[in-house]
Design a protein around this ligand. Structure first.
Ligand SMILES: *Cc1c(COP(=O)(O)O)cnc(C)c1O
Length: 372
């Protein structure tokens, strides 16, 4: 409060600051990998899987090359392919839908709620005899409404693939994101809360056989050094990335705490402004991968913030059903009105763990100045 509103520069992310905090640990780990030369399949990969398993409370963790591959391999393990439908929201990062298309299945969109997450009633309405799975996305780090979604899945005998790419460590009703459905798929892309130094991802499941099958699929489908029963791909996590992620998994709880603290400060200092911020629910623990506000003056507000040195982003400006690549699905403008309206109203404010209370106060003071 009472922050000085003199111009400063506030970046959306701050990866160099993260490196400075971890320089010694990271450089030692990198040196170890180069000295051993165990670039693929090093011991760190298995150790990371055990540590993630303990953190998430899930019996099987399979590390992979990306969050997108996690989604694709979960679909493959469920034998979902041509003729099958998977219900997913049209306002995610394009990878969720792209994974469904990649296995030859048909994405069926269900519109979202004011909090940007998939609307269980719209999911129920989208179920057909061809539906095989629901793929909810925990957008922004806020969990989709898993209670009703799991009830719909049970009723229609559908698998649930949680796209937890933005929600590592988030919980719903005391359960970790990714561990409620059949699969939880995570990304460790450099811009995610648990971030590697390049592409990386992993999936979790309670099903030992599916986990074993995905371990084969990520390594050419090989069952030993020379035999292949079904064709796979190459989607192993590099040892270097595993080392980086082992270090960063240890630092994840304070990262999440700092983001939550920033969110609490935003809520307090933006209160009363004409900005919609989804209210916290008692049953959730939100890890705030992003902090999104909604306003019908979005473009003008974004420009005002940019002029004051505040970098913001839009996640995502073009709904997936309106992407040129989605034309074959035949869903034009007007098909998903909530998603379409939000695409014009959402603005992601900086919330990274390196922002100080003074930085957040500055952003909020500029916002109050704009709406005054
Ligand atoms: C980042 C992201 C993905 C894809 O993860 P990659 O590791 O970049 O492949 C999938 N879904 C959502 C919602 C994401 O935010």
């Amino acid at each position: 409060m009472g922050a000085d509103t003199g111009r400063r520069r506030i970046g959306y992310v701050n990866l160099p600051a993260q490196f400075e905090e971890e320089r010694t640990e990271i450089m030692q780990a990198v040196e170890g990998v180069f000295q051993r030369g165990d670039f693929i399949g090093g011991a760190a990969v298995g150790k990371l899987e055990e540590e993630l398993s303990a953190y998430l409370g899930s019996p099987h963790v399979v590390t992979l090359n990306s969050g997108t591959d996690a989604l694709i391999l979960a679909l493959r393990a469920l034998d979902i392919g041509p003729g099958d439908e998977v219900i997913t929201p049209p306002n995610s990062f394009v990878a969720s839908t792209a994974a469904i298309v990649a296995v030859g299945a048909t994405p069926v969109f269900a519109d979202v709620l004011p909090d940007q997450n998939i609307d269980p009633a719209a999911v129920e309405a989208a179920v057909t005899p061809r539906t095989k799975a629901i793929m909810p996305v925990h957008l922004t780090g806020r969990m989709a409404d898993m209670g009703p979604l799991m009830a719909i899945a049970d009723k229609h005998a559908l698998a649930v693939i949680e796209d937890s790419a933005q929600a590592v460590g988030s919980t719903y009703d005391g359960r970790m994101s990714g561990t409620i459905g059949t699969f939880g798929c995570f990304s460790a892309h450099p811009l995610k809360n648990l971030n590697a130094a390049g592409d990386a991802g992993f999936l979790v499941t309670a099903d030992a056989e599916m986990a074993a099958r995905i371990r084969r699929l990520r390594n050419h489908g090989l069952i030993n050094r020379s035999d292949v029963q079904e064709w796979g791909i190459v989607s192993r996590l590099d040892t270097l990335q595993a080392e980086v992620l082992r270090i960063r998994l240890r630092h994840l709880p304070p990262v999440i705490e700092r983001r939550r603290r920033n969110a609490t400060q935003y809520r307090a200092e933006l209160a009363g402004l004409p900005l919609f911020i989804p209210p916290c629910r008692n049953i959730e623990f939100n890890t705030f991968h992003t902090f999104v506000v909604q306003t019908d003056r979005r473009n003008d507000f974004q420009k005002y913030l940019a002029d004051k040195g505040i970098e913001t982003a839009i996640h995502y400006p073009v709904p997936i059903h309106l992407q040129p690549a989605a034309a074959h699905l035949g869903q034009g403008r007007g098909a998903f009105p909530v998603t379409e309206r939000q695409a014009d109203q959402i603005l992601t404010l900086p919330i990274n763990q390196f922002l100080s209370a003074a930085d957040i106060s500055y952003i909020c003071a500029i916002a109050r100045e704009y709406f005054a």
